[in-house]
Design a protein around this ligand. Sequence first.
Ligand code: AMP
Ligand code: MN
Ligand code: MN
Ligand code: MN
Length: 284
Amino acid sequence: MSAILLNADLHSHSTVSDGVLTPSDLAIRAKRNGVELWALTDHDEVSGVAEARAAAADLRLPFVAGVEVSVTWAGKTVHIVGLQVDETNPQLLAGLANTRSGRERRARDMAQDLQQRAGIAGVYEGALKYVGNPDLISRSHFARYLAEIGAASSVSDAFKHFLTEGKPGYVPHRWANLNEAVSWIREAGGVAVIAHPGRYDLTPLAFDCFFREFKAFGGVAIETVTGSHTVDQYAEYAGIAARYGFLSSRGSDFHSPEDFEVDIGHLQALPRDSVPVWEHWRFD
Ligand code: AMP
Ligand code: MN
Ligand code: MN
Ligand code: MN
């Protein structure tokens, strides 16, 4: 079978970051949904990889160790996925630990801002109920709690009224540099991929600069087909990949059975002219 038709899902989250399924349960869902090559890509964390790999092996599901690194580029947050990383690499582990380190302080500041600007108290403690890894408290956990108490009608509604720029609960944060993130991934033997480029609020000029810098640092792929892209964006980013010489990745960015745009394994195929990031990978 041609590589492009493989049901690869190379972007998903477990309880080790802001997903709601454990790595093992995620493996089961991926297998059940027909995934043929699966990556776990928790935010700034690789501590779920060992469990995910073992669960995938039991299910005979080819597995790729991954991570999604939070990056600040030109004052904006962007995400860089690392695939095929050695999750024991000391540089990668140190870089990720450093990237995670500000999350606790930020979460307390977010809760304080929600109390002061929206009159909602106790959100830090409330969000903690949803946190699977105390090192990785994220806006998703806040959003789930805001939906639970009825301050928002859903998780996505919580991101419309809170937690985003200009809204209560938003606290600017400085993540890793682009160069650092790509370097850690490469030092760990992985390939760096720009996650969901369609979600970034960048001008065409800034996008051009971002793609060139990423490539100059050794980045090789972009997510062409991902849960938050429209069908038009699949074609648009296939075109970008061709123009900049990037490989294409495909991943749902699945977080939760209750709240997802595309279920794990249920994505459309890559556009025919794209070169899959997994084309020359060996797995059985
Ligand atoms: P953080 O790393 O703490 O800033 O949280 C980022 C996470 O929030 C993303 O990985 C998504 O899972 C989630 N998120 C951000 N924006 C939205 C949105 N509009 N709807 C649903 N989830 C979102
Ligand atoms: Mn997330
Ligand atoms: Mn992301
Ligand atoms: Mn993600």
